[in-house]
Ligand binder design. Structure first.
Ligand code: NI
Length: 392
């Protein structure tokens, strides 16, 4: 392991920042305290700070030594989840119902650590923009920052992202050219029948039975409609209907999410869900009274050249033997995908250690592994120094 010595020196500071952020989790577009904390640290490091993109977004801009006009961006996410933390350590969430269960506290801290080091050393030639974004979870804070002019205000040739990955050992970094995370969509189906007495189902049209058959039939999208070598997930995650024992309700609402990688597959899911829902409803004399399909995040697709640069920087920090090449992509999703649609770049996974003790993403016992902080910060700093090298 070759973490940068100067970064190892302030490991304790980074740990304190991480615990401070962890104890005060804030959710989508409400990251006011976190955003102010980040802006304050950046200013202390002597970095120019821009605030207000997507509300709570922060961008720090640092010029290195020399006159090189090139620039790159590094991105961290700041938001927490709607989840009640079950940890009891001192830095556990003080905001009931909100929790840093995805490690964005660690991501924010690692980028702050890199910013501090790079501002002290300036051992690079060009400009680096440190992007701290709100609302990675569900709400697409990255997309909002881009729509509000992120890359017009801060033009860059490439953008880089990182996420911690439980189950990968501490001291590893995983890189992959092409798709890394899936496209993420959501859907809602309102099944309308005709409600009545639970004892006399023949008098009405039962939306519960219809909805149940829709749920199972939707599984044929992956098993019968999609090439077996293409990945697709259709998950019904909510079923709402009925209030009591002996009444067949008028309506049942189904909601869920889909995941996919290839654009052709992605585009085929909505019409398939609609076809199945309407067909099954018709077969039972029911109706689809409402149908909504929203494309939320595109797939996260890394460009080849930038992934080579990411791998090179990772190897300099963790060694070739700890670089995980071509991990199986995740069906999880990531709004960094919008940044990769706008700019070339690469998104890596940094090992967070074993998943024992429920240290899984989005688990109420999760905690970001503080051992990872200097590794991630060193990776960021090395990526900048290698990608924007000073001329000898
Ligand atoms: Ni996350």
């Amino acid at each position: 392991m070759a973490v940068l010595n100067r970064i190892a020196d302030f490991h304790a500071d980074m740990t304190a920042w991480r615990h401070e952020i962890h104890a005060h989790p804030e959710t989508a577009f409400e990251e006011h305290r976190t955003s102010a904390f980040v802006a304050q640290r950046l200013k202390e490091f002597g970095i120019d700070v821009h605030q207000g993109l997507a509300g709570t977004g922060v961008v720090g801009t640092l010029k290195g030594s020399g006159k090189n006009g090139r620039s790159i961006a590094l991105r961290a996410d700041m938001d927490a989840l709607h989840l009640h933390e079950k940890n009891e350590f001192a830095h556990a969430s003080k905001n009931p119902g909100k929790m840093h269960a995805c490690g964005h506290d660690g991501h924010t801290t690692m980028l702050l650590g890199a910013a501090r080091y790079l501002a002290e050393t300036k051992n690079f030639d060009g400009t680096v923009h440190f992007i701290f974004q709100p609302a990675e979870e569900n709400e697409g804070g990255a997309r909002v920052m881009i729509e509000q002019g992120l890359f017009e205000k801060f033009p860059v040739e490439a953008v880089y992202g990182m996420h911690n990955w439980p189950g990968h050992s501490v001291g590893t970094i995983a890189v992959r050219k092409g798709p890394m995370m899936a496209a993420y969509d959501v859907f809602e189906i309102v099944v309308r029948g005709r409600g009545g007495h639970g004892a006399m189902p023949h008098q009405g049209v039962d939306p519960v039975v219809t909805a149940a058959q829709i749920v199972t039939s939707l599984q044929t999208i992956s098993s019968r409609n999609t090439d077996p070598l293409d990945a697709v997930v259709v998950s019904v995650t909510q079923i709402h209907g009925g209030d009591t024992w002996n009444v067949i309700p008028d309506e049942v609402v189904l909601r869920g999410t889909t995941r996919s990688f290839r654009p052709e597959v992605h585009k085929s899911i909505e019409p398939a869900i609609r076809r199945i829902a309407e067909g099954v409803a018709q077969a039972h004399g029911a109706q689809i009274a409402g149908f909504r399909y929203e494309m939320r995040y595109p797939p996260t697709v890394n460009t080849a050249d930038e992934t080579d640069l990411a791998a090179k920087a990772a190897i300099a920090v963790i060694g070739e033997q700890n670089l995980v090449r071509d991990p199986t992509p995740s069906m999880g999703a990531e709004d960094f995908a919008f940044m990769l649609q706008a700019k070339p770049g690469s998104y890596v996974w940094i090992g967070n250690g074993p998943t024992e003790g429920s240290c899984l993403l989005h688990n109420p016992h999760y905690d970001f592994n503080d051992q990872v902080l200097p590794i991630g910060a060193s990776y960021w700093a090395t990526l900048v120094e290698q990608t924007l090298p000073r001329r000898a």
